[in-house]
Design a protein around this ligand. Structure first.
Ligand code: CAO
Length: 416
């Protein structure tokens, strides 16, 4: 089967997580992704948090599958010469260096588009161009704080909290992938490349837009009815942290199930969707609540929503999270067990769909990774191993027209 992005050549000048997550996605869908890495060391994640001595860390292998690795010192003249050739022959260059690094290397946007007017140059930075913090280097949690996620996550009596989900890193990479694909579509019409820039702050904020909704509601009303602070607590003039409250119009909470005293994940998320109220009452054995004016409407329930959650927890006390969900699903109640990473790793449905997949790696044996979360009717993305450092250097150089003698010269100069 021909893959949709087959024939698209990508120079993957990315490192750590935000950029590599983007190019990995494009590689799954068929793009020819050549990761350019510094000779001798490569992407820093190759050595970060290693679980096996001298073998590429999972941090690297799980973000760089389906790619080739070319070692190249792009600060040496010989390395610049190779990069120049690559730019002339490629469609996209993706980078997530610190601010200004590509310019300092001698490959500004103006230089690149002069070399190849069809080139799409895609960048991740912490903050957008012209932002008062645009000189800052940024990692995941910094972006979560800058994008409004941290101030609105956690419990009201605790500090701002970051999420385990990579809202700043992988999420920004996904935004960048959308930008690259859009620029490729645009190029089909105009024949011209363009610059695509995504900031980590903006990408986090894009996922926090309902909190900006809440800020405006709070400014107007002085309260937020779906937050645990309503109606008994106090609101200040900023969106508070709402614990595990549902962020939309449906109240919800994380509730204890059988075994919570010893199992940190013996919980379910339970949502009280308006139209599911009658089924919930029936499931709980509380049919009298269906018509009771203190319970019958979402407004009537809100003042004592935590008493309702307590009642549900009593019902859950003799049920495991899986048993509870199996009962509640019959009543059309939106809910899920709180799954641990161990449970996810062994989940047969996730294995069957390819979302959790095993990959064979030359040096580390088989490991688990997260496959494509996007499913197609005519494409089944296969995940192949991440490359060893410089594994494809000779192959890529040969494809650029370098002879064995040329390659020896580049090695002599320690440019590859
Ligand atoms: N050959 C020669 N030099 C190379 C090279 C190569 N193949 N690859 C990288 N370099 C050089 C760069 O040119 C840069 O040199 P100068 O600073 O001297 O111009 C240098 O390596 C360091 O690059 P950096 O600033 O990107 O690296 P860092 O480790 O100091 O910072 C990070 C890392 C992630 C904080 C920074 O890259 C950044 O802010 N990136 C943008 C935001 C981002 O993507 N953050 C998310 C990371 S995922 O958690």
């Amino acid at each position: 089967m021909t893959k949709p992005l087959e024939g698209i050549k990508i120079i993957d000048f990315t490192h750590v997580q935000a950029g590599p997550a983007c190019t990995q996605l494009l590689a799954w869908f068929g793009a020819d992704v050549v990761k350019v890495e510094r000779p001798g060391s490569g992407d820093v994640t190759r050595t970060q948090l290693r679980d096996i001595p001298d073998v590429d860390a999972l941090y690297f292998t799980m973000l760089n599958s389906n790619k080739k690795s070319l070692t190249l010192d792009t600060k040496k003249p010989e390395g610049k010469e190779v990069l120049t050739k690559l730019i002339k022959e490629s469609d996209v260059l993706v980078e997530n260096f610190g601010p200004g690094a590509l310019d300092r290397m001698g490959f500004s946007w103006d230089t690149i588009r002069e070399l190849n007017p069809k080139m799409i140059v895609a960048s991740v930075k912490g903050f957008s161009d012209g932002h008062h913090y645009d000189d800052l280097k940024v990692y995941e949690n910094v972006a979560q704080c800058a994008g409004g996620a941290a101030s609105t996550t956690g419990f009201w009596d605790g500090p701002p909290t970051v999420s385990a989900a990579a809202l700043g890193d992988s999420n920004t990479g996904m935004h960048l992938a959308i930008g690259i694909l859009t620029a490729l579509m645009g190029r089909q019409k105009t024949g011209k490349g363009q610059r695509v820039a995504v900031s980590m702050q903006d990408s986090v904020l894009n996922l926090c837009r309902v909190k900006l909704r809440d800020q405006q509601r709070l400014d107007r009303l002085g309260y937020l009815e779906e937050y645990p602070q309503y109606p008994h607590g106090e609101f200040s003039d900023v969106v508070p942290r709402g614990g595990n409250a549902g962020g939309g119009g449906q109240p919800g909470w994380v509730l204890k199930c059988k075994g919570w005293e010893t199992d940190p994940n013996a919980y379910i998320y339970f949502t009280i969707q308006g139209h599911a109220w009658a089924p919930i009452c029936r499931a709980l054995g509380k049919p009298e609540w269906i018509e009771d004016p203190h319970y019958a409407t979402p407004q009537a329930r809100q003042p004592h929503i935590f008493d309702i959650f307590n009642t549900i927890e009593q019902w859950l006390a003799d049920k495991t999270k899986f048993e509870a969900v199996d009962i509640l699903r019959k009543f059309d109640i939106p809910c899920s067990p709180v799954l641990s990473m161990k449970e996810i790793a062994n989940d047969p449905s996730l294995r069957a769909s390819g979302t959790i997949t095993e990959v064979a790696h030359k040096e580390r044996g088989t490991y688990l990774t997260v496959g494509s979360p996007i499913k197609f009717s005519d494409l089944k993305p296969e995940v192949t191993a991440s490359p060893l450092l410089g594994e494809h250097t000779d192959e890529v150089l040969a494809s650029l027209g370098y002879s064995n003698e040329d390659i020896a010269r580049l090695r002599e100069a320690q440019a590859v």
